[in-house]
Every structure is written in C-alpha cells, then in structure tokens.
Design a binder for this molecule. Structure first.
Ligand code: F6R
Length: 606
C-alpha cells in the first residue's frame, strides 16, 4: 500500500529510484513520482498511472544528473489517482513522500489553512508535508518529532529539506521502512526487494525512529530522540527470487515455486520424523498452555486460518474461532487467559491484523504470528513467531504464501496433538509423512495446468461463477472464488454445498458456471446431490475431484482429477488447481494478472 524509496550516494539516483519503485510497484500503481536534487534545487517529476508513465516522462527529457532523491509509488487513499495527488508533495521548504494514512488530516489542515497555508491536492500527505513545514525552524529532527506528536494514523515519510540538500530524512510509525547500507551510500525502502539489486544489509526502523542519512553516515534517533546504534540485518531473500526468471507473470512463477516453498517451510520443522518448533523457540509447554484458539487474519491469509480451524477442531478437539481482522478488532472479542491468538499474514504489515494483534496483547493473551516477511511489524510484536519460507511474493494475488501458511497449520495441529497425547509418535510421524507426500503431489497438481487452461475458455463471457464445496472444500471454494474474482474481474461467490438452496440458487440459470469441489470422500455423495441441483437448473459445472473417485458424467461439463490423498490433506493440492484456474482465466481475459485493478499488496491502511 504505497511504496517509498530514497537514495544518497554516488550512483545515478534516477536508476536507483526507478529500480526500487519497480520492485515496490506491487504496493500500489495509481501513480508514481520522484524528487531529485539537481543543480542545488529539488526537481520533482510525477505521473498518474503505472510506473512506465513516469519512466517515459523521465527518459524523454534531458538526462538528470543527481545522486540524491526520494520516490513513491501510490495506492490512492485520499484523493483520486491524478498528477496533483501523486507524491512527492512539495511545500515551500521541503519535499516529502508518504506511505500510510493521516487520520486527523482534516483538523490539521484547518489549522494550517488559518495560518495561510494553501493546498493543491485532496491528499492527507500534502497536509503532513505542510505540517512539518510549519514546524520547521532549521532543525529537521525537531520538526519531524513535533509533527509526530500531532499526527494520528500511520506513516513512513522520506523528506528532503530545501536548505539541506545533502541529506535525506525519514521516519516511520505504523508503516514499514528500512534503511539499507551500501558502499558509501544509503537507501530507504518500504520493503527488502527494493534494495536487493544493490545491497543485502539493512536496518529495520522501529516505531517512532527518525533517521538522518548522509552519503557516508547514518544518525538514528529513537522516538525519545536518543541516538541509537543501528542493528544491521542481512537479507535472506535473493534478487533472483524477486525477479520473474523467465515466467510470463510473477503469479505463475509463484504457483510453480510452491513445492519448494512448502518443503523449505516444513522440512526445517521436522526432527526425526516429528513436528518440532524448536528453531522457532517454541517449546512443548507452549502447546499445553491454551484451551481456546482465535485465528485472525485478512483475505487469503484468513482462508488459511479456516483450514487451521478445521484441523484443530477435528484433530485436537479444541474450540477455534477464525475471524476477519477488521471485524475482530471492533467486536469486543472474548479473550480469556487460556486463549491462544494466532495471526496469519504474508506481509506482516496488514494494518487490521496488526491492530488486532495489539488488541490481543493488551488483553494479556498469548500471541503467535505466522508471517512470511522477516522483521515485519506483526513478526516483531507477537510473543512468538513462526516464519514461512515462501520467499518474496510479488504478485498481488497470494498463492505460495497461502500454501505455506496452511502447511504451518498442519504442523502446529500435529504438534499440539502429540504434546497433549491425543496422538502417539507413530501417528504423528504418519501425519508428517502424509503432509510430505501431499507436498510432493503438488508437482502432479501443477501438471493439470494445460487441462485447466483449456477449460477457462468457457469462462470468458461469464458474468458470475459460483464455487461450491463442503467441509475443507468449502474453505478452498472461498479461496478459489477470491483468487478468480480478484484477477479476472468476474463476479465469483463461494457457497457451502448445502447452503445454496437457502437463497442463492435463484441465481442459477441456464449456462451459469459452477466450480464444484468434491475431494472429501465422506461428503462426496452430498456434494453430488448439490451439483445435480444446479445442473438441473442449467448450470455448467466444472468438478475437481480426486483420482479414483467416479463421478456420474451427467453431473458435469468437465471433471478434473486431482492427485489422490487422504481427505485431510487434499487442500494442499486442490488450491493449486484453483490458482491455475484463476491465473489462466485472467490471462485469457487479457487482465493484468500481477497487478489487478484497485488492489495493492500489503494493506497497511485499515
Ligand atoms: C488475496 C490476497 C489478500 C491477502 C490479504 C492479507 O490474493 O493476497 O487477500 O491475503 O490482504 O495480506 P497479508 O497476508 O499480507 O496479511
């Protein structure tokens, strides 16, 4: 949700900023802009739309000779996508880029207007820039600190002051920001992939930190303005992981990376055939310290949470609630001392999930985060963290991150059952073996790609597609429908097989498409009845079932056979087929697969 970059060093700043913005474009693509120091003044260039528009603008003018600058790629919150609402925002005394939302910007704007400040845009960012301008008395750190005491909301800012053109300033609260260290050069970025081309060493800014960057020096202040010694981290991700590597789209690459991502995540947590979270500093006592579980997340991550709920309830018989983070945080949730709250997030920065985590912590509940991005806010703030090893996920639609989140859920459930003696070591190791076989079968599910690609031609004129499933298949239907609608713009809805006839079946008419999942043997006959109900009303049904299960061919237009696994492990392969279904439909419809309209990865605003 907006990406910011900054650079100070000896390199051509335009190249560095454009590289950084390209790597961060998944965070927003409504507009992009840069400000660079050239001939003792700041030059700002910005353009509505994709980064390519900005690039065309920059590269069609005289070459810029500059080594200092800041840049931004925008996901519009306040103010429509337009040139004037694009960042950087320029005031009389500074230029600023922002990621986040200033919640009290209207109040601040009113005061500034009374002081004579004028505003060109509808953005909260222009207000923040002018607030800092109004507080500036030749001491950038003091002005930023004073502004932070007034601003409510979330922000990461990068700022250049007109009278200090050889330094870049930055601060953050609620939105992520890193400072990366090169050779006689420093970088600012919202996320690690933006700096991988140049360096692997970086500092994670803490809440309220303010940093002053010079070419050869960093001065880091904490929120009390105490000078701190920066703690340097080394990126574990590589540049190759963050590139398309010959695939047409990141999404396809990420779908195909799933066998490796799953193995990386799971194998490191198997010791002598049994699940172990020792490397995550989670010992056996942890697994006996709760009697209720709350799983909290957004979107796809929440769907992984639903799989976790199903597994915990069926294997461990523990009561689990799975909540959408934005609902959880405002519902006055029941959080007793025996509750374990699990937060699932690829980015580790999703604003609602982070706020829900803070709420759970303030209620004294034990918190566990399942997160993909190292050092992200959710990972840092939870009591315990289990990292998934999916590598960078660039496509806005989540694929491999979901699979590894599910895999962690399986391991957590097996470990809990083992520690609580609900299963013995033999059973636990059998479960682990089944999980590893399921991961191996993902390779077979990927082989269905061509068959699925051919089928999606049926969808091209569809205005609505319904997904049906029961039990675990219902949760996968939710994920399949989300994936397909977000990247193909076809309206999709998921229903529990038995629920459709309680209202929605009135929408099933001749030629409406239905995707039906029947991978759960104990529910298959029920699902077939539900499928027949829609076929009778003229629906065209695509069934995903598992090999060896015979489906009466009057029930479908096409039946695609997934690898055969025990019911409990079928989600691992089913989701791969659903991801391919969404991907091929999006490509066939000519949509922008990796950057669907209106969306951004890493939703850092609520
Ligand atoms: C959908 C998708 C989103 C994310 C959601 C949570 O394909 O990617 O629904 O799952 O925004 O994001 P994280 O996992 O970063 O908290």
């Amino acid at each position: 949700m907006c990406g910011i970059v900054g650079y100070i060093g000896d390199k051509d700043v335009v190249d560095v900023l454009i590289d950084g913005l390209s790597a961060l474009e998944y965070r927003g693509y409504d507009s992009a802009g840069i400000s660079v120091v050239e001939d003792d003044k700041i030059t700002t260039i910005k353009a509505e739309g994709r980064l390519d528009n900005l690039k065309n603008m920059i590269y069609s003018r005289d070459k810029i000779n500059s080594q200092i600058g800041i840049g931004h790629t925008r996901w519009a919150t306040h103010g429509e996508p337009s040139d004037v609402n694009s960042h950087p925002h320029v005031t009389a005394r500074l230029t600023l880029v922002h990621n986040g939302i200033i919640e009290n910007y209207q109040e601040i704007k009113k005061i500034l207007v009374e002081k004579g400040y004028k505003f060109a845009s509808q953005t909260d960012t222009e207000v923040a820039a002018n607030l800092i301008d109004s507080l500036y008395e030749n001491d950038p750190i003091a002005a930023i600190k004073k502004a932070s005491e007034i601003i409510e909301g979330s922000y990461a800012f990068a700022i250049i002051f007109n009278d200090i053109l050889n330094k870049v300033y930055a601060t953050r609260s609620g939105s992520p920001l890193i400072v990366a260290l090169g050779d006689n050069e420093h970088f600012l970025a919202s996320d690690v992939p933006a700096i991988l081309k140049y360096t692997r060493n970086y500092i994670l800014l803490e809440e309220g930190d303010i940093v002053e960057l010079e070419k050869d020096k960093i001065t880091l202040y904490d929120k009390n303005l105490k000078i701190m010694k920066p703690q340097i981290h080394e990126a574990t991700w590589t540049l190759e992981q963050a590139e398309k590597s010959g695939y047409e789209h990141f999404m396809l690459k990420e779908i195909y990376e799933q066998p490796k991502a799953l193995l990386d995540t799971v194998e490191s947590r198997i010791i002598e055939g049994l699940p172990s979270f020792e490397r995550d500093n989670i010992d056996d006592d942890f697994f006996t310290g709760f009697n209720r579980i709350e799983i909290i997340a957004c979107g796809t991550a929440m769907h992984a949470g639903m799989i976790g709920k199903w597994l915990y309830e069926s294997v461990c018989r523990i009561n689990v609630e799975c909540s959408i983070a934005s609902e959880f945080r405002y519902k006055n949730p029941i959080l007793s001392k025996d509750t374990l709250a699990i937060f699932v997030s690829q980015s580790g920065e999703t604003a609602d999930t982070l706020a829900a985590l803070r709420l759970a912590k303030s209620a004294g509940v034990k918190t566990l985060a399942i997160v993909n991005v190292n050092g992200s806010s959710i990972a840092r703030e939870a009591d315990y963290v289990i990292y998934t090893y999916a590598g960078p996920e660039i496509s806005v639609a989540s694929t491999k991150a979901y699979s590894v989140q599910m895999a962690v859920m399986y391991l957590l459930v097996f470990k809990t059952a083992l520690v609580r003696k609900l299963i013995d070591s033999k059973k636990a190791s059998e479960f682990v073996g089944q999980l590893l076989s399921a991961i191996d079968s993902v390779n077979d599910a990927l082989l269905l790609s061509d068959e699925i690609k051919e089928y999606v031609n049926n969808f091209l004129d569809s205005s609505s597609i319904f997904f049906l499933g029961r039990g675990l298949d219902y949760y996968q239907s939710l994920e399949g429908a989300l994936k397909l609608k977000e990247i193909s713009y076809i309206h999709c809805e998921a229903y529990a097989g038995g629920e459709l006839k309680h209202g929605t079946i009135s929408l099933i008419t001749k030629d409406i498409h239905v995707v039906a999942l029947t991978t759960q043997e104990h529910l298959a006959s029920k699902m077939i009845s539900n499928i027949k109900e829609v076929v009778t009303r003229g629906a065209k049904v695509l069934i995903f079932t598992k090999k060896g299960y015979e489906v009466d061919d009057s029930a479908y237009k096409q039946c695609i056979y997934l690898p055969k696994l025990d019911d409990m492990f079928m989600p691992i392969v089913t989701v791969v087929a659903l991801q391919l279904l969404a991907y091929h439909t999006s490509v066939a419809k000519g949509c922008d697969v990796d950057k669907p309209r209106n969306l951004a990865k890493s939703v850092t605003v609520e």
